[in-house]
Ligand binder design. Structure first.
Ligand code: ATP
Ligand code: MG
Length: 466
């Protein structure tokens, strides 16, 4: 038999990747020199570069450092270093590298820990078949977004039963420091039925990052996850980029047809990083020192999540509320941008109630489009009991409430323990969505029986008297 050589057809370049590369590339050398350095802002003389462009600071006797254009002083670009600067002097060279942050993404990123530039942090090289994309692009068209009508399982009973989250919904997790935001995110990664998980750890402590990866995600969770890390010691521009990079990776997975869960911990540290950059670029400070650009950037970030014809990004953003003040400007702005908020309560955590979700204060704005009328009615009933108990708690705790005076308070007292039992959940325990919803319906029907029994008991002596 003749040995026929095998011909492999030529591989055509990927059109989208080529377009992204052409958009960001700089076809000839564009250079300038450092004119001034003020804090984290480097002003460059003689360089023409657009906002967001990536440049390289080239000190004569130290290794080059990446920096990003964040504003202009008259016509001179102001750069924020993306890496820690070791040495820089006025007159050092600056070279324009790309018009936007280039990023390489693809399915092979699953299981990897990368930095804000998409470089591996786990000591292994990246796969060769990643596509080049532009990390900075706009949100999908609002009119081309299908409605959110399917629930996403989170595995957390309190959320699935009482704050059901839809595929493509965006929610905030709000609390003061150390109440349990990151632990709740960890529970979501273990209990969700999303196809892919992208986690942005923005401004976290280094210890927390390795703990999250090793303990919370574990090798099983890592298989379908990508973790993007910029710890608190990294320059503000790098911390900011981590959230954009994670969002771009999630978008890529969404375009491949997946249901993606995007977790950003925390969006407050993202806002703080932009505060640093905005002030360095000469913006005026407004409420709590935040410059106006912070409030422009937040909607751009969260609008990139959501559902499209191809797939979905369901996003959870943690919000650190300084001094437990839920009306501080970032918390307020984010609450208005999202489709729901989950408030964690320090008092519940101190009482050992985990996850410490404050149900009456939390809301999933799309819940009634996602669950059956039966579940919806049960949710309303259980919420009513919780609010009733909260309103009467002072009276009950000092013993001023006499049982039998108000049937609604009696029912709220009777249901307090069963509700608490359902909502408490160990961080390594997961419950399927359907089971959580069945439990809430069962609990609501028990509560009706309890209320009827309490009412009958109360009526009995009156009837005997007549
Ligand atoms: N579900 C839980 N079960 C048991 N303990 C918990 C749970 N959630 C939180 N904790 C306790 O609360 C501590 C702080 O939790 P976590 O780090 O998640 O808070 P955080 O709100 O993310 O804090 P920070 O604002 O500092 O990021 C944990 O170390 C743990 O002791
Ligand atoms: Mg945390």
């Amino acid at each position: 038999m003749m040995n026929v050589p095998r011909l492999s057809p030529p591989r055509l370049p990927d059109a989208d990747a080529t377009k992204a590369a052409l958009r960001t590339m700089v076809p000839f050398q564009v250079r300038g020199r450092v004119a001034a350095v003020t804090g984290d802002a480097v002003t460059v003389q003689g360089l023409i570069a657009p906002l967001g462009a990536i440049c390289e600071l080239q000190p004569t006797d130290a290794s080059p450092t990446l920096a990003r254009v964040i504003g202009f002083d008259q016509s001179r670009p102001i750069l924020a270093p993306l890496e820690t600067i070791t040495r820089l002097t006025a007159g050092d060279r600056v070279q324009l590298l790309a018009h936007a942050m280039p990023l390489r993404v693809g399915p092979a990123l699953c299981g990897r820990v990368i930095d804000a530039f998409g470089r591996p942090m786990d000591g292994r090289p990246l796969a060769a078949d990643l596509r080049r994309v532009d990390a900075d692009h706009s949100a999908p068209d609002s009119l081309n977004r299908p409605p959110i009508d399917q629930p996403l399982q989170t595995g957390v009973r309190a959320i699935d039963a009482l704050l059901t989250c839809g595929i493509g919904q965006r929610l905030g997790i709000f609390s003061g420091s150390g109440v349990g935001k990151s632990t709740l995110l960890g529970m979501l990664t273990r209990g969700t039925n999303a196809d892919r998980i992208v986690i942005a750890m923005v401004g976290e402590r280094g210890r927390e990052v390795s703990e999250f990866i090793q303990r919370t995600l574990g090798s099983e969770g890592m298989k379908k996850s990508v973790v993007v890390v910029a710890t608190s010691d990294k320059p503000a521009a790098q911390r900011l980029s981590a959230a954009w990079t994670a969002t771009s990776i999630a978008e890529q997975f969404r375009d491949e047809g997946h249901n993606v869960l995007l977790l950003v911990d925390s969006v407050t540290r993202f806002a703080m990083a932009q505060r640093e950059l905005g002030l360095a670029a000469g913006e005026p400070p407004t409420t709590r020192g935040y410059p106006p650009s912070v409030f422009n950037l937040l909607p751009q970030l969260v609008e990139r999540a959501g559902r499209t014809e191809k797939g979905s990004i369901t996003a959870f953003y943690t919000v650190l509320v300084e001094g437990d003040d839920h009306n501080e400007p970032i918390a307020d702005a984010i609450r208005g941008l999202l489709d729901g908020h989950i408030v964690l309560n320090r008092r519940l955590a101190q009482g050992g109630h985990f996850p410490p979700i404050d149900i009456p204060q939390s809301v999933s704005r799309l819940q009634n489009h996602l669950v059956s009328p039966e579940v919806n009615a049960a949710v309303l009933k259980i919420r009513e009991h919780m609010v009733q108990y909260e309103n009467s708690e002072d009276l009950i705790s000092i013993g001023a409430y006499r049982s039998g005076t108000d049937p609604r308070i009696d029912a709220a007292i009777a249901m307090r323990d069963p509700i608490g039992e359902l909502l408490r959940q160990a961080s390594d325990e997961q419950t399927p969505l359907i089971e959580a919803q069945q439990s809430i319906v069962r609990l609501a029907s028990e509560s009706s029986q309890t209320a009827t029994a309490a009412h009958t008991q109360r009526r009995q002596p009156l009837e005997n008297e007549t």
